[in-house]
Design a protein around this ligand. Structure first.
Ligand code: ZN
Length: 134
């Protein structure tokens, strides 16, 4: 990932900022330029909650090379507000104990180091709620 792309994605990756259509109220994450519901182009920025419900997940056993040191790992679809789902890695979890419907917190974590320059790319990952308090 190029540094400019990382910089451009700061609001969504670092603050979970979504775009809410000013006309019809539909919320998009990541934000987009045109509402796919009413074609309006003006949005207000809203912050998503740092928790959600696991809708479904998969276990990655054959990852891309930049994630090979983390396999096997889980990637889940998490509903953070009704109708709005995000996809991210689930960490600090026993893969055998993951279950659809469980609550997850989102945390700010290192995602990957990029290339030989080692540009650090941060973003959000999900952790189980039960482990959060222990
Ligand atoms: Zn709209």
């Amino acid at each position: 990932m190029f540094p400019a792309k990382i910089w451009r994605e700061f609001p969504q990756r670092y603050r979970l900022e979504a775009a809410k259509c000013k006309k019809c109220g539909k919320t998009f994450f990541p934000p987009r330029l045109v509402c796919n519901s009413c074609f309006h182009r003006e949005f207000e920025s809203i912050k998503l909650p740092w928790e959600g419900t696991l809708v479904t997940y998969t276990i990655i056993r054959t990852p891309p090379s930049s994630f090979s040191d983390q396999a096997p790992y889980a990637v889940g679809i998490i509903e953070v507000v009704p109708g709005l789902k995000i996809t991210c890695q689930i960490v600090d979890v026993d893969l055998d104990k993951l279950a659809s419907g469980q609550k997850l917190f989102l945390e700010f974590r290192l995602i990957q180091k990029d290339g030989k320059q080692g540009v650090l790319c941060y973003g959000y990952k999900a952790v189980p709620v039960a482990d959060y308090n222990s």
